[in-house]
Write a protein that binds this ligand. Structure first.
Ligand code: GUN
Length: 296
């Protein structure tokens, strides 16, 4: 069996097109322009690339982009003052503080200073608690993107066995909450899990978010399962730098029913969902109905 390749790049383009349509409708019907503020502290090269891509795509869907690039030595008080300003700025509907922050800044404190309604990453403690208790919240972008692709491929997820490998606050834990919300039977596995391969082989839905290159091989996969690879790992092979996931694509694709590639799978969905979350936050802030299919 050769698995269907789930094309995240095309799917993300579709999400962005939907967001752009809704943004145009908000502008024409209500004179509202959704705005996203992105805050970057320091010069981390990978973060600079991500922030640049976010700003570009925000403008492409017709939203307002506000970029705040601060020096690495910015104090906590200065950063908190900026967040307070953005919290109270009516043109800003979403705020994202790029992580990781420099070591002298307390990321939990900074994230929890955001207005939860503008926390488009879904990292604020109030959004984490709301997601865990089934209340309306902002949902972290990467798990939201995974959920959209799973719904598109499988329809109802109810009753399916889902195994999430990885227990991070950004992906593993919120992914597990979202799958519970879809009435899956959810197992969260991690580096200490005994006989990980056997646990994974019970999964109808296998989400890999461990950050270990090509660790999940074909013998971890139940025949016909849907495999979502969240990993983005840079490795050296044959003298070249290569981007690979947490799943060994070649062997897993021989067993799975469907699988996301790396690159071109989950990755492009993250920014698309950031834009979707900004639109959702803007609609909520203005008491307007939320767009269908772009939220959890
Ligand atoms: N750094 C890496 N991934 C993310 C993300 O999803 N959100 C933020 N804010 N920073 C990140």
């Amino acid at each position: 069996m050769t698995a269907k390749r789930i094309d995240g790049k095309a799917f993300a383009a579709g999400v962005r097109a939907r967001v752009a349509e809704e943004v145009a409708r908000l502008k024409e019907g209500h004179g509202i322009v959704p705005g996203l503020a992105v805050v970057l502290v320091g010069e981390d090269p990978a973060s600079q690339v991500y922030v640049g891509a976010k700003g570009k795509q925000t403008v492409e869907v017709g939203m307002a982009s506000f970029e705040h690039r601060l020096p690495a030595e910015t104090s906590e008080a200065e950063l908190l003052a900026l967040i307070d300003r953005l919290n109270h700025d009516p043109a800003v509907h979403g705020i994202l503080v790029q992580l990781p922050l420099p070591a002298h800044l307390n990321a939990d404190l900074v994230i929890n200073a955001l207005d939860p309604a503008k926390d488009v990453d879904g990292f604020h403690i109030s959004n984490v608690g709301r997601l865990g208790t089934g209340q309306k919240s902002m949902v972290p972008c990467t798990p939201l993107g995974c959920l959209m692709m799973l719904r598109d491929h499988l329809g109802s997820l109810s009753g399916l066995n889902a195994v999430v490998v990885g227990r991070s606050n950004i992906v593993g834990k919120p992914m597990a909450q979202l799958l519970l919300g879809e009435s899956c039977t959810v197992t969260v596995a991690h580096s200490r899990t005994r006989d990980l391969a056997a646990v994974c082989r019970g999964a109808d839905i296998l989400v890999a978010a461990v950050g270990r290159p090509e660790m999940i091989t074909g013998d971890f996969v139940k025949p016909g399962a849907t495999v979502i690879d969240v990993g983005i790992n840079r490795i050296e092979r044959d003298g070249k730098t290569k981007l690979v996931g947490d799943v060994d694509y070649a062997s897993a694709a021989e067993v799975a029913g469907a699988i996301t590639p790396v690159p071109g799978g989950v990755g492009p969905m993250t920014i698309a969902c950031l834009l979707a979350n900004t639109l959702t936050a803007c609609c909520r802030a203005n008491g307007l109905p939320e767009p269908q299919g772009l939220t959890a």
